[in-house]
Structure formats: C-alpha cells, structure tokens
Design a protein around this ligand. Structure first.
Ligand code: DP6
Length: 358
C-alpha cells in the first residue's frame, strides 16, 4: 500500500451540515517519536475512551473565488491557536481531499471535558474533524466501503495528530507496522479485532488532574527529542517486545503482565524525556506521590489497578469495572487532594467516532 490509495477524486459537493463526536484515547504502548509525515517510530496500542470527547459540526457550502477556506469557532468563540493548527492540517490533507478546495467550511467544535483539565484534546479534535471531512467524500463515492472509510478517516486524523488515528473505533486500536498484528499499518490505525479477555470489558480509566495548565512541552516537540536520542534503538526494541507481551496479556486476561507492561511504558516515556538533550521533566512531585500510594493500595487491597501517563503530570488509573466503587473511595480518601481543585474524571473504554447528524 502507498499513500496514493487515499487520494480522492475531485468533485464539487452541494451545501450541507454534518455533526460527529470522537473520543480521546489512552495509549498502553506509547507512540513517542515520529518520522516523515507523521509516521510512528514504533507501533502503539490504545484503549479508546468514551466520556472525554470532542463534538464537531461543519456547515459547508460551495466556496466563491477568493473566499477563505474555513472559519473556526471553539464552543462558539474564536480561538487563534486552534485556527492556525487547523489551517496547517487542511494544507496537509489537501492532496488527499481535493474537494475541500471547492468548499467553505464553518467549523464549530467543543469538548465534553473541562477546558482547564490539562487533558490533551488533539486526538479527539482531529479525529472528529477527519470523520466529518471524509463523510462528505463518502457521500459522493458510492464505491467506498465501510472499512475503506474508517481507514481513510484514521489516515486523515493521523495527519492532524498521530494519536488521533487511534480514536476512530474501539475498544482497542493498534497503529504502526509490527509482526504481531498483520493488519496494523503505519498509515492508519485499525481495530485490534482479536480476542480481548472478558476482564477488560468496560475497563475503567480515571484521570487524576495533577496540573490543569497547558503542557509546557508540546507533543510535537517531545517527539522531536526522540530523533537523536541515545536510547532510540533500545526504545524501538522495548516497544516491540512490550507490544507482544501486552497482546498476549489482553487475550489471556493476564493482569499481572498487563500492569507490568503498562507501567513500564509510562515510566519509559518520562525516562526518555529526562535522558534527552536537554533533559526535560514533565511530571511533578505529586505524580510520584500518587504512584507510590497507588502501589501500596494495590498490594494491600489486592486490587489489579495500574497507572499510565501521557506527556504530562496527570495520572490515568486503569482497572476492571468491578473495583470501581472501591477505587473511587480510595481516590476520594487518599489521592484527590493531590489533584488540582480536587479534580478527577471518570471514563471507561468505548467504541470510537460516531456520526450525530448528516
Ligand atoms: C504521549 O498524537 O499528541 O500521548 O502526532 O504530534 O499530534 P502528534 O502527537 P500526539 O502524541 C501522543 C503521545 C502520547 C502517547 C500516545 O498517545 O501514544
């Protein structure tokens, strides 16, 4: 396969309106480091989330000569930083979606999670945008199968944000070439599609908001720090090996291995940043306090809970649904005061992008 598979014919759509929603996702094996146009240096696998999502609506109509391409509002208000990112995104995807040149798009998007939660929203933002854009194409291309549609949505979302490629479907998505999953590709993410042990049904993800500020290092800058990283090759081997281990653990319900791998991946991501040039620390002392308390709780109460981290200080707790009440009680009693404004967000695994109106 090559990228030409994703080039659409040009056509001139009539006006219309589309609304869709797309969730965030949490990586178990981390995508960290990229090359070329948003290709990952190693494969990653993630749980799709359910409550933390972006809702995007696009009203579109034929574009007149000289008219701008789009207008963007975030929750009804202008937001320059987003607008610039979306402009770059449209430039990147224009050769794959040439019909966009014929349209003026009025885009409005909003998130279901609090503005100031410090949760990265690029995955849900770009996957919802990609879903809207490729849905317009699908209307004019009767030959596009459902699978081709999902692949292209993921491909286009990837060009906006790598992790966004994994929000399209669920509950488990895999992205990046590897020898353990033959359909997994660098171009787009696919549904894991293999046996998932019943223990993982409705798996819970509670996000402890340790810091609600916007990250001081963007993901893009973090990825760049991997290019000349002294441990780059070791990292590639580790990710490959961890992918193999987690695929088996997920199929067999081996929570011990699952916990080991997920936590190793989270700590490695931060260890790689601390050992990069110049060293960068993205976690806070509260992150480490919470991790320590979590491990004590796990041992003492025999609850198979683990943590993972993205490129920031917030802690994602992952655990089977049957322990939900016990975990929430533990959070309220011991962890909540480490969170900014006592904020934590309950989520669980979900099925990906959804069309709301077209
Ligand atoms: C640490 O997808 O946000 O969350 O491709 O530059 O948009 P860009 O990066 P992004 O990186 C996510 C990194 C991560 C790990 C992961 O989600 O796999």
């Amino acid at each position: 396969m090559d990228e030409s598979t994703f080039i659409s014919k040009n056509f001139k759509p009539k006006g219309g309106k589309i609304i869709c929603e797309s969730p965030s996702n949490i990586a178990l094996i981390k995508y960290w480091g990229k090359y070329g146009l948003q290709f990952p240096i190693n494969p990653s696998i993630s749980f799709t989330l359910s409550n933390c999502k972006t809702i995007t609506s696009i009203e579109y109509c034929p574009r007149s000569k000289g008219q701008e391409r789009f207008n963007f509002l975030y929750d009804g208000k202008t937001k320059k930083s987003f607008e610039n990112k979306i402009g770059k995104f449209f430039n990147r995807i224009s050769s794959f979606c040439p019909y966009l040149e014929n349209l003026f798009l009025k885009i409005n998007s909003k998130n279901t999670f609090p503005h100031s939660s410090g949760i990265a929203s690029s995955a849900s933002a770009f996957s919802s945008l990609a879903f809207c854009v490729v849905s317009i194409e699908k209307r004019y291309n009767e030959k596009m199968t459902e699978q081709n549609f999902l692949n292209k949505v993921s491909f286009i979302a990837r060009l906006g944000s790598g992790s966004g490629s994994r929000s399209i479907s669920g509950p488990l998505m895999i992205w990046g070439e590897n020898e353990f999953h033959s359909e997994s590709s660098n171009f787009f993410a696919v549904n894991f599609g293999k046996k998932i042990h019943s223990l993982f049904k409705n798996y819970q993800n509670t996000i402890l908001i340790i810091d609600d500020k916007i990250k001081h290092l963007s993901s893009s800058d973090g990825h760049k720090k991997m290019i000349n990283h002294p441990f780059l090759n070791d990292r590639k081997n580790q990710a490959r090996n961890n992918l193999k281990r987690i695929i088996n653990a997920i199929s067999n319900g081996d929570l011990q291995v699952f916990i080991e791998v997920v936590e190793e991946e989270a700590m490695t991501l931060h260890a790689l940043m601390m050992s990069s040039h110049p060293p960068t620390v993205l976690i806070k002392s509260q992150t480490l306090e919470v991790i320590k308390l979590l491990k004590n709780f796990r041992e003492k109460e025999k609850v198979p809970i683990c943590f993972t981290l993205d490129a920031g200080p917030n802690v994602h707790l992952l655990y089977p649904e049957k322990y939900k009440l016990k975990v929430i009680k533990f959070i309220e009693q011991k962890l909540m005061h480490y969170c900014q404004n006592n904020l934590f967000i309950n989520d669980s695994i979900g099925l990906g992008t959804k069309l709301l109106e077209f």
